[in-house]
Design a protein around this ligand. Structure first.
Ligand code: ADP
Length: 272
């Protein structure tokens, strides 16, 4: 009987060891794949704006115009836009890589939700130059969450930029905030191309794009929503999406509210 037990133990130990080994190998493979995906995406994404900049500069040089000419000014503005786009892309890649390595640190301070909404709207307007007033903003009632204001603003900006990118000509984007059952909801709603149920289930996965050609044309790299999800989860919340193809999408960031401010609470009789 002792022999039998020893044999069983040895087999069990071998199985556990083999399982651990396979798990470690899988992790390595996953990381290697991630690295490959990242290198491919980064190189591809950087090439397009860099090529535009080179073309514009070459044209400027060939025409020999001075920067005060209307034509030359237009080119310089385009160069500056492409440059800003490159900078945002690289910022996204850096944030993503810090998050993957687990070295991204988030501040933990009371944050005013209305401020996050206002700042995100203003950063977004600056990025896309929304003169047509496509964006409507409702900062909702005063509410606070605990966390990193900059990170939350960048998560909302990411949603707004997607709403802009994946909508047609007559864009209508609504950014609003509210409190539902002790949770803060920050919602970005658009009247854009929408998502099928299958795609909606995957949009927060890293590198997932419904249509790579469409997304890349619009300056996407498939990382934005995975960054949004990481930020929200680091705040103890979650990101969700509701969408219909051809009608539009609503992305919501759910965050635990800090000290629910029930105005009436102090007036209620004790024990209620
Ligand atoms: P990308 O850089 O490609 O935009 P994201 O991670 O931000 O990457 O989004 C992933 C994919 O989800 C996009 O490529 C697009 O197909 C889809 N998507 C994101 N936001 C929207 C939206 N508001 N409406 C429709 N599709 C969207």
């Amino acid at each position: 009987a002792v022999h039998l037990w020893i044999t069983v133990l040895v087999i069990a130990a071998t199985v556990v060891l083999a399982w651990l080994l396979i798990a470690a190998l899988r992790q390595r493979l996953r990381l290697a794949q991630l690295k490959n995906d990242l290198v491919a995406t980064v190189s591809h994404e950087l090439k397009t704006p860099l090529a535009s900049i080179r073309l514009l500069v070459d044209t400027l040089l060939a025409e020999g115009g001075s920067p005060t000419d209307a034509n030359a000014r237009e080119y310089l503005e385009l160069i500056s836009q492409e440059n800003a786009r490159l900078t945002r892309l690289i910022d996204n890649f850096l944030t993503f890589s810090r998050m993957e390595r687990g070295s991204q640190r988030f501040a933990s301070a009371p944050v005013e939700v209305q401020e996050v909404v206002r700042q995100a709207a203003s950063v977004f307007r600056e990025h896309v130059g929304d003169d047509g007033g496509a964006l409507r903003v409702d900062p909702g009632p005063p509410a606070q969450v605990l966390g990193d204001a900059d990170a939350l603003v960048s998560a909302v900006v990411n949603l707004l930029e997607n709403a802009w990118k994946y909508s047609g000509e007559a864009k209508r984007i609504e950014l609003s905030a509210g409190v539902v059952d002790g949770r803060v909801a920050i919602v970005v709603r658009d009247n854009g191309i929408g998502l099928s149920t299958q795609s909606a289930a995957r949009v927060f996965d890293r590198f997932y794009q419904v249509d790579q050609r469409v997304a890349r044309d619009r300056g996407g790299c498939g990382l934005g929503l995975s960054i949004v999800r990481t930020i929200v989860e680091a705040h103890g919340g979650e990101a969700t999406v509701e969408s219909r193809p051809g009608e539009g999408s609503a992305f919501t960031l759910w965050l635990p509210e800090l000290e629910p401010r029930r105005a009436a609470a102090s007036e209620r009789p004790a024990g209620e």
